[in-house]
Ligand binder design. Sequence first.
Ligand SMILES: O=C[C@H](O)[C@H](O)[C@H](O)COP(=O)(O)O
Length: 228
Amino acid sequence: MDYSVINKRAAGAAAVDYIVSGMTVGLGSGSTVDYMLDKLAEKVKEGLKVQGVPTSKKTEKLAKHLGIPIVDFATITKVDLAIDGADEVDPSFHLIKGGGGSLVREKIVDANAQQLIIIIDETKKVPQLGTYPLPIEIVPFGWQKTAEAIAAFGVEPKLRKLSEQDVFVSDNGNYILDCPFKLIEDPHSLHQQLKQLVGVIETGLFTSMADIVIAGEEGKVEKLTKEK
Ligand SMILES: O=C[C@H](O)[C@H](O)[C@H](O)COP(=O)(O)O
């Protein structure tokens, strides 16, 4: 088994230790979260009482399959804790997310959680965001014009596709542009500027949201807490 799998699994399992009975838990998306769900399902079978708020159709399907109780986000008053993955994490805990295309629902659930734990393997830790192409969810209508507006930021947006013919469509029925900025000096300001553009729904920049980062490294975990 390769180390990234071992590290993702270790980080996922460590995050489950933060869940106590009675919690409503935001369930992020991606492969690292899938390992967390495996561990959470074990705990549920042992008697842990939780309800999960999934951030993607894929996570919802897997959680149900594993026997983790799911609740409709519209019916709850608070999310105690959200556990989610990331594509890049900088030293200030700013994130790039959306590699799997689930950024909008993730941001809605994560932003409404009282605490956000990010689980990663150590390769996701970077000194500065931007090596990973920033996913931006956009309205399909006139997507070329939205891509042109984003290109004015000095980046070449690429429409995410499943194949030569098939465009990737998010759970919300939208398109995603992957934008290789290379180096993002000020993630919060870039996010604000991109959000001003007509056609942009949400960016994969999650700034000042994560409280704890759990990074799997050589099968062990490093737990980092944000300095307040
Ligand atoms: O849209 C996908 C999410 O933002 C994921 O949390 C992110 O891409 C990390 O995924 P993984 O754990 O598979 O690397």
